[in-house]
Design a protein around this ligand. Sequence first.
Ligand code: LMR
Length: 397
Amino acid sequence: MFEQLEMAPADAILGLTEAFKKDKSPHKINLGVGVYKDAHGETPVLPSVRLAAERVLAAEKTKGYLPIVGDAEFGLLTRKLLLGEPGAAIESAGRARTAHTPGGTGALRVAADFIKRCLGDVMIWMSDPTWANHPAIFDAAGIETHSYPYYDAQNKSVAFSAMCEALKEAPRGDVVLLHACCHNPSGVDLDVEQWRVLAEILKERGLLPLVDFAYQGFGDGLEEDAVGLRILCESLDEILICSSYSKNFGLYRERCGALTVVGASDEAVSRAMSHVEKVVRSNYSNPPAHGGAIVTAILTDNELRAMWEKEVSEMRNRINGMRSLFVKSLKAAGVKQDFSFIEQQRGMFSFSGLTREQVTDLRAKHAIYIVGSGRINVAGMTEANMPALCAAIADVL
Ligand code: LMR
């Protein structure tokens, strides 16, 4: 039976890493998948994570199952990181509960299955463009996907009026997928005023926000990056939040994320979580423990936490430093086009404006791998690979 199957296409992002590994060029550069790399081009184990992992292993007494939604302390710490001080009232009213999931992708899939099972025939609206895996996850759960305008390629900014107009037309009860910060792939985020306007539209139209929060700390800071989500929390009773510890703790392969459900009351959230539990149980039963134990160890120890916060700042600063160097080096390589907008973008990614043909040429002629949409992982740039990268871009332009 399997011989009759067609090959499925390679994944738009992870497939690039596989192709990159096979490339024999000694000069190859991978700016595809969103993984942080340090100045030496390595994805490090953060020193705070290494220390915490040692402590976790030394103190571990069992390999018994976690509860279906994971450890309660991990859930509480996750909500505190996401919602901060303004979340205290939500917390004391019992209006939020968290399920520890295998990565942010796991959180999105649990959210998608929960929506499909419990919220009727609703549709989900996602930004144009969005992370390539978003439509795939919601399609897989059987939810109809639609997009709203987001990126204004001309002005390299958010097409906010068009976004609002489209969302005002969305049917009541539909779900709106939002990126909390560091929009993937554009690197362009809403400002505070825009979040406020958006919150009003969601409220008026009875739309449910599903906030994908994968890059907390990579934009302007751990607190600063949560501003939009916290504005939504002020105005709305119900929110789904899918967060990830892959990037800010560098725990990519531990698959550690969370789905947080905010509801109108303790009872409403308990009802919702009872269905989330059913979704999890019939999917992966309960979450993998190790990544969550590391996060818990770091967030509950003052010294480790201070160390980790510094490491997050260092990662963010390195990426921003690479943005400036990239813009400068493109000029030095003779590129006439204005790329200064790249310094304004936030997070790991830059929407470079390179066309699909130019992306193909970069790979074929220069062994440089970026996503077909022109998305570049700035975190993969180093001082060492910058001259070759910019010369190659000058060539394909
Ligand atoms: C990315 O967008 O490159 C990351 O979120 C990693 C992934 O799983 O695609």
